[in-house]
Design a protein around this ligand. Structure first.
Ligand code: SF4
Ligand code: SF4
Length: 710
């Protein structure tokens, strides 16, 4: 046994040295990035939420379990990693005790002879084995060779994934070899419970005592050796996530990376545009070294599972953007230029010319790490962030790169320039005069108060109308419906009228943070001076900006979306839908209402209260809802590549054979309306099909207006 112990310990020292060297390298690379003190501060200040996230996301595997088959398989394999640590404790105990005393009958003190522990070890090993079979079947069925782009594994490193499955398989069979032989030699600590090890012992028993006495140390060394080789492979592969996922979850935003866009930071501090200097400050991300350590942690943690890619509307309509590849391409580039990133000023000049040549490659560009078509295809829909089981924050990466492109390089789709100019000069993306903002008020048969510097005393809510709601004909119908419903329910409200300017959302999502800041500060000043406390908004983009982003600049209000307020008023009996609307309606979840703000129930609750409405969910709904194509300032850009996203969404809606499509966002209304009109022209949709806001349905039913036959 002494020789076995020496071999085992030498193997361990070598593997720990190799793995440790790599871990140190990864640490140095990550910490060469920009500081992100807010991540640590947030985690510290929200310790309760962080612990919950570890329990739910890491140990409970909440997100993965939504994907039933692969999620269940992953659940067991992950827990095998934890529980089988006890088997390795035993293995090292046997190795060391055997080496010292010559009797390899070690057991863990106190619990090491419990049948329950023996059973648990065997059970999880068998479950992990079944998990491996499930993974193999899933990988074969979803092979990119078979499904091409439609495979979520398309672009992933497939060889590495198979190698890891093979290594886990080796961990399991060597465990049973070692334990089976130990039962036959009388060195096994569990008298019962270890059912699979007993089965292995039954298979090995006919070989005789002598053979089992040899197999026991051989199995032990193989079991330890496989784990050591596996550890070295893990820290050199995508399976690094075994160690980095809990860290990434701990330093991610809560509840996830959706909701507010992050302020621009330089050197860990929020950038003050009045003092910022593009020469010395970091403006977004123009080079890989501008990535924060949290960004590097995202790179290390990606499991290449492709769940983000599978849900991405851009990828699903044949655009070049895959959120997975966006992370992996940056990671691969960071690894290639790591010698530069980690070197001191003086060492850099002496680096190999291949590394120096790579530094010439721009982060974003035609020949860059990320192609501009990739960057500008993103609708900021948040599906990638929502799906990612390890809390990678793709939108933060995209926005940072867009910021550099827009503010430093002035390089962005030219058509969006008109929108920026209009925002700057007129305070709305269409460039309409501000006097037009209150025209819809005159079309109502009751009076709406317009704020004259101060909120009227009796007004409970400020109704934030938004640019589309005030200026776009289809969205104006929603605005009028909401105003009328509030009036009927007796909710006192006022509007800003010409004093309202765009919240700045399209500028911010495009990457023009400076303009966003300007508009946001102007609005916050107006709101604060007027003494606004509560806001109701119809546009989910305005809602998200007012509720989640204005607090970053000192504007804190109680903000609700109109569907939340209307659902509440219906519940309270202040609005009573009475007239039946006998229609089949499918609801489209706006991304900035659903995924970004988790409002899924209220629009559905409203429809459920309207008599006669038969709701029919689309295949992709709620958390997995499919974007309309307008977010991320895409509303203001041409869609030249692949299928139009709004057409794809309407195609899906048509599979439910609806009489109407409902939604709760003025941009979705326009995008889906346009696609429906195209479908009508081509005869693929019935002439009567239209898209409406849920408020329009509600007002019809509340007012008892006759519904035209579908
Ligand atoms: S936010 Fe939406 S469009 Fe952008 S990468 Fe993620 S899934 Fe794709
Ligand atoms: S980013 Fe997240 S969801 Fe996408 S492949 Fe990586 S781990 Fe999977």
């Amino acid at each position: 046994m002494l020789l076995v112990a020496i071999i085992g310990l030498v193997m361990t020292v070598v593997a720990v040295a190799l793995a440790g060297r790599r871990v140190l390298w990864l640490y140095k690379l990550a910490t060469s990035g920009q500081p992100a003190p807010e991540r640590v501060e947030y985690a510290r200040a929200n310790l309760g939420a962080e612990i919950k996230a570890q329990l739910v996301e890491v140990f409970g595997q909440r997100k993965l379990l939504k994907w039933t088959a692969s999620g269940t398989a992953h659940f067991f394999v992950m827990w095998a990693f934890f529980i089988l640590i006890t088997v390795y404790l035993e293995a090292y105990g046997v190795l060391i005790q055997g080496g010292i005393t010559g009797t390899p009958d070690f057991h863990i003190p106190l619990v090491g002879t419990w049948a329950v522990l023996g059973f648990l070890q065997d059970f999880i090993a068998v479950a992990a084995l079944l998990g491996l079979i499930a993974f193999a079947v899933i990988r074969v069925k979803n092979s990119p060779k078979k499904l091409g782009r439609k495979s979520r594994f398309s672009g992933s490193h497939l060889g590495g994934a198979w190698l890891v499955l093979f290594m886990i398989f080796n961990v399991i069979w060597t465990m049973f070899l070692f334990r089976g032989a130990a039962i036959n030699t009388g060195n096994f600590p569990y008298r019962s419970g270890a059912f699979a090890s007993e089965a292995a012992a039954a298979v090995l028993h006919p070989l005789g005592e002598g053979v089992n006495e040899v197999l026991e140390p051989v199995g032990l060394l193989l079991h330890i050796g496989v784990m050591l080789v596996f550890s070295v492979i893990v820290v050199n592969s995508k399976h690094l996530h075994i160690f980095t996922a809990p860290m990434n979850v701990a330093f991610s935003r809560r509840p996830d990376g959706n909701g507010p866009a992050q302020p621009m930071r330089s050197g860990g501090k929020v950038l003050d545009f009045e003092e910022a200097d593009p020469e010395t400050d970091v403006f977004g991300r123009g080079k890989i070294e501008d990535t924060t350590w949290k960004g590097f942690l995202d790179f290390y943690t990606c499991t290449e599972c492709g769940r983000c890619q599978d849900q991405c509307p851009a990828w699903n309509t044949d655009k070049p953007l895959s959120p997975k590849m966006l992370i992996l391409d940056q990671r691969d580039h960071a690894f290639k230029v790591a010698p530069y990133l980690m070197a001191g000023e003086q060492e850099r000049a002496g680096l190999h010319e291949d590394v120096l040549a790579l530094l010439e490659k721009p982060l974003v560009g035609e020949d860059g790490v990320i192609h501009p078509d990739v960057l500008w295809s993103c609708t900021n829909c948040g599906a990638c962030v929502e799906q990612c089981p390890v809390d990678i924050e793709h939108i933060d990466h995209i926005l940072d790169m867009r910021r550099y492109q827009v503010m430093i390089e002035s390089s962005f789709p030219s058509e969006a320039g008109v929108m920026l100019k209009n925002l700057e000069n007129k305070g709305n993306p269409w460039g309409m005069p501000e006097s037009k903002r209150a025209e819809w008020v005159e079309e109502l048969d009751f009076e709406v108060e317009i704020v004259d510097e101060k909120m009227p005393e009796d007004a409970e809510y400020l109704f934030w109308v938004g640019c589309a709601g005030a200026l776009e004909d289809r969205a104006k119908k929603t605005t009028k419906a909401v105003a009328e419903l509030l009036h009927i329910a007796g909710v006192k409200f006022a509007v800003l009228g010409p004093m309202e300017a765009c919240t700045g959302d399209p500028a911010r999502r495009l990457g023009m943070e400076f303009l966003f800041n300007m508009l946001a500060q102007q609005n916050i000043e107006t709101l604060n001076e007027a003494g606004v406390k509560k806001i109701v908004a119809t546009c989910p983009h305005c809602f998200n900006t007012l509720a989640n982003e204005y607090p970053q600049l000192g504007g804190t209000y109680e903000v609700v979306h109109h569907t939340q307020l209307l659902a509440h008023l219906v519940d309270e009996g202040k609005l009573t839908p009475i007239t039946p609307i006998e229609e089949k309606i499918t609801y489209h979840d706006p991304c900035f209402l659903g995924r970004h703000n988790k409002v899924y129930a209220q629009p559905r609750d409203i429809m459920a209260k309207v008599p006669g409405v038969q709701t029919q969910e689309m295949h992709r709904c709620k958390e997995r809802g499919f974007c309309c194509g307008a977010g991320g300032a895409r509303m203001w850009m041409e869609e030249r590549i692949g299928k139009r996203i709004n057409t794809e969404r309407v195609d899906e809606a048509l599979t439910t054979d609806p009489d109407r499509v409902s939604t709760a966002c003025p941009f979705c209304l326009v995008m889906l309306g346009d696609a429906i009109n195209e479908k009508k022209n081509s005869g693929e949709a019935k002439e009567t099909l239209e898209v409406v806001d849920v408020a329009q349905l509600l007002i019809k039913s509340v007012k008892g207006e006759p519904t035209p036959a579908p």
